[in-house]
Design a protein around this ligand. Structure first.
Ligand SMILES: Nc1ncnc2c1ncn2[C@@H]1O[C@H](COP(=O)(O)OP(=O)(O)OP(=O)(O)O)[C@@H](O)[C@H]1O
Ligand SMILES: [Mg+2]
Length: 424
């Protein structure tokens, strides 16, 4: 479902030299081993106690090197990267990012005590498909801030009988992008993409009323995440493997920010049921009677509407898991003007540049742009697929002229309700 370039560190091959050989130790190695043991017992070379905490230069370097950007600056950078619309969500996420960076500075550079400053912030992003949830996290944390960031599709974790997808592997992935440094791993960002797929009774809840059946696997994963999201020492395998005989590394998740991301389709239906008083124990106020169009995928929810943990419980989540997200950020469906901007500023611009490299001038008139935007609105897929859709109409001409060296002008035009292309 995701077509974003998810960083997948699992594809990295095993490092050479990680397997230990069984040859006899030399006396130098013996000495080293002995001194290691003495160090671990707190006895130094001359019998002096070894300081318990050795500062990790790498982490200080990383934190010192984080760009000093205000939330507004981050917004500006996102704009430069082609991010459009979602002002409300962007404000919430850039502010969270800013606070995350400040917190890391206080902890690792100013060496302030953890109790003096607030805890980390986890976010839950919710909104229709193709509205820029994954794209925002990837751009902000991965490209702009350059913090160790992984976007993990959690879908496999919810499937019954899927061997080896231990939720702790999520940390293994972060460990890989953090240069296999346990300390650096501990300041990373973990985006749990397709988070809504972890709902234990999603189908019941969404399509048949408040759910009663529990999918054990889904709940199991949620319980595992419960510990991870707060602060826990988690033992993760250093390699993504099915074998249980594998080296492990302990990662503390106290400073890792977790971002749950999901479309939560059917969520509006739950809100409606609560409003209509169909869910026991919930008293809806008269002001909350507005109903959503449940059949539409692209539903715009207000922030107050998504803050209610009970909605998520009905959806199939442990309330205590949802409570560990400090803020729920709703993403609105992208409207026509924003889709148009994305099409013009990102996709069309790139297509024009690519055609120019082939000596071809690409002309796409306004009425064609309008038609492409209308199609995206109709499909309710947001900006997802907009690029592919555009390219389907360019494909024929691109096939004919790319690499030919012939100078051409390729033009898209409307023929009735259809988009056509011609080369002159
Ligand atoms: N607000 C936006 N600004 C610019 N481009 C966008 C925006 N939203 C989406 N896009 C484009 O659409 C693509 C898909 O968006 P993204 O992966 O962020 O969707 P999503 O909200 O995570 O949807 P899903 O719930 O289906 O995963 C992005 O790679 C990007 O090219
Ligand atoms: Mg996504």
């Amino acid at each position: 479902m995701t077509d974003t370039p998810t960083k997948d560190p699992t594809s990295t091959t095993k490092e050479p030299g990680t397997g230990r050989s069984k040859k006899r130790r030399t006396s130098a190695e013996d000495k080293e081993l002995l001194s290691e043991i003495m160090m671990s017992l707190g006895i130094g070379e001359q019998g002096t106690p070894v300081p318990q905490e050795t500062p990790n230069r790498k982490i200080e370097e990383l934190v010192a090197g984080l760009p000093a950007l205000s939330p507004r600056d981050m917004n500006e950078k996102l704009q430069q990267l082609g991010y459009r619309g979602q002002e409300r969500a962007r404000r919430a996420v850039t502010l969270m990012a800013y606070r995350h960076v400040s917190r890391l500075r206080w902890l690792f550079l100013d060496k302030r005590n953890e109790n003096e400053i607030g805890g980390k912030q986890n976010l839950l992003l919710l909104g229709p498909t193709g509205s820029g949830k994954t794209f925002l996290i990837e751009s902000l944390f991965g490209s702009i801030l350059k913090l160790p960031t992984v976007i993990v599709d959690v879908t496999p974790f919810s499937e019954t009988g899927y061997v080896g997808q231990d939720p702790n592997n999520i940390l293994t992935r972060l460990y890989h992008v953090a240069d296999r440094d346990p300390e650096l791993t501990q300041v990373g960002i973990i985006a749990l993409d397709e988070f809504d797929k972890l709902a234990s009774n999603q189908n019941n809840a969404v399509f048949a009323g408040a759910g009663t059946t529990k999918d054990i696997t889904g709940m199991g994963v949620q319980r595992e995440l419960l510990k991870m999201l707060e602060a826990a020492d988690v033992t993760a395998p250093v390699e993504m493997t099915h074998s249980s005989y594998v080296e492990t590394v302990t990662i503390n998740t106290r400073n890792i920010a977790f971002i749950g991301i999901g479309a939560f389709s059917g969520f509006a239906g739950i809100v409606n049921r609560f409003r209509a008083g169909k869910v026991a124990g919930f008293f809806s106020s008269a002001a909350e009677k507005r109903r959503f169009d449940e059949t539409a995928i692209a539903v715009d929810l207000d922030p107050e509407e998504v803050e209610n943990v009970a909605y998520f419980q009905t959806y199939g989540f442990l309330p205590e898991l949802i409570a560990r997200f400090h803020r729920v950020v709703p993403f609105a469906p992208l409207d026509r003007p924003v889709l148009r901007e994305i099409l013009l500023d990102n996709f069309l611009k790139k297509a024009i540049a690519e055609f120019r490299l082939e000596n071809i001038e690409l002309v796409v008139p306004d009425e064609v742009v309008d038609h492409l935007v209308s199609a995206a609105v109709k499909r309710e897929t947001g900006a997802r697929g907009l690029n592919t859709f555009l390219f389907t109409f360019l494909e024929e001409q691109a096939y004919s002229w790319f690499g030919s060296g012939v100078e051409k002008t390729v033009e898209l035009f409307m023929e009735g309700e259809r988009i056509r292309s011609r080369a002159v």
